[in-house]
Write a protein that binds this ligand. Sequence first.
Ligand SMILES: Cc1cc2nc3c(=O)[nH]c(=O)nc-3n(C[C@H](O)[C@H](O)[C@H](O)COP(=O)(O)OP(=O)(O)OC[C@H]3O[C@@H](n4cnc5c(N)ncnc54)[C@H](O)[C@@H]3O)c2cc1C
Ligand code: SF4
Ligand code: SF4
Length: 340
Amino acid sequence: MAEKSYLDLKSGVWDAKKCSGCGACVAVCPADALSFAEGEMVACPKSNGYCKQATDNVPCGACYAVCPRTGSQPDETLGTYLDLLSAKAAFEIPHRQSGGAVTAILANALDEGLIDAVVTVTEDPWTLKPSSAVITKSEVLVRQAGSRYSWWVPLLAALKEAVVTRKYTNIAVVGVPCVVQAIARIRSDKNDLLYPYANAIRLVVGLFCTETFDHAALVYGKLEKKYKLAPHEIKKLDIKGKLDITKQDNTHLTVPLAELDDTIRPGCRICTDFSSLYADISAGAVGSPAGATTLIVRNGTGKGFVESAIRNGKLTVVAGTDTALIEKLAAAKIRKNSSK
Ligand SMILES: Cc1cc2nc3c(=O)[nH]c(=O)nc-3n(C[C@H](O)[C@H](O)[C@H](O)COP(=O)(O)OP(=O)(O)OC[C@H]3O[C@@H](n4cnc5c(N)ncnc54)[C@H](O)[C@@H]3O)c2cc1C
Ligand code: SF4
Ligand code: SF4
């Protein structure tokens, strides 16, 4: 039976406005034929017209195999886990989003040689434009701590650079739940073209996620035009029931989330995964006291990385985890988006 091709992805996901922008298809296409155009509200990738499968009838199907939007969406809130705890970095991380636990776990893993690279999303401080990046030094991770709530490039674009170009073999990936779902497919699918990626990924850290916003629509359209706030004047964005903007002079501006509704990426409107159900470790702000990160340790791999960071004095466990609150938000996301 012929493998599916990008044409099946186009009809079933791109044209149906289901694409999350995770970029997994872009990363694994062996012909480098898929890409995202630049611009505002670019909802899905495009093809340059060539396809191993569709043009030359050479077995491929990699793009379709990894896409998290070809099946049904999950309906679990917290999923399975071994431990659910609150923690914070035991060293200074000035730009951390919550407790800096994600950076502490990854920095420890790099320093201990447990991993050789981290595929994550960094940010240009002048434009707030996110980029998919490969980081190999813990001091760079510390500099790049913090959450990027807006979308500009396929999030997993740097996975190909890490695996194929730079040939790292012990990679950690940080991603929002749609990215984590794509990695889960890469790890479990039998397609030969995906083995190099599956073999190289050692750890998946999933962030909690309600939605992402289009970078141009949010930063230029909304914040710059409507709120007269240039990107370089913004120190930090945080979402806690509303968008909380910390300016460079440490004053705050809050924007109701309803104001941002038209900047939400279309693919987020059908997403029902809040807690990164298929990660090794999930991390979020909700459910922990201010200044700490909630960690959901889902399996032995995740446990090993967390315990190593604690043992080496990089991560501290704190009290006060509210599991019911996380479940409530996860259930609200399922309710809101499963009917669409
Ligand atoms: C789009 C988005 C939506 C979120 N929504 C929620 C929410 O509704 N509720 C909630 O409790 N938490 C949410 N989070 C998670 C929260 O903002 C923090 O990332 C989490 O609490 C970990 O904090 P930390 O201080 O341990 O992370 P840090 O130590 O600051 O490290 C964060 C790590 O994440 C990486 N990163 C940042 N942005 C992205 C991205 N877009 N994709 C992949 N990697 C990235 C950074 O490079 C860094 O390595 C969201 C995060 C994102 C990116
Ligand atoms: S959801 Fe991800 S894998 Fe699927 S089409 Fe969109 S970018 Fe590609
Ligand atoms: S809500 Fe978050 S996890 Fe879901 S599609 Fe959007 S970015 Fe991805």
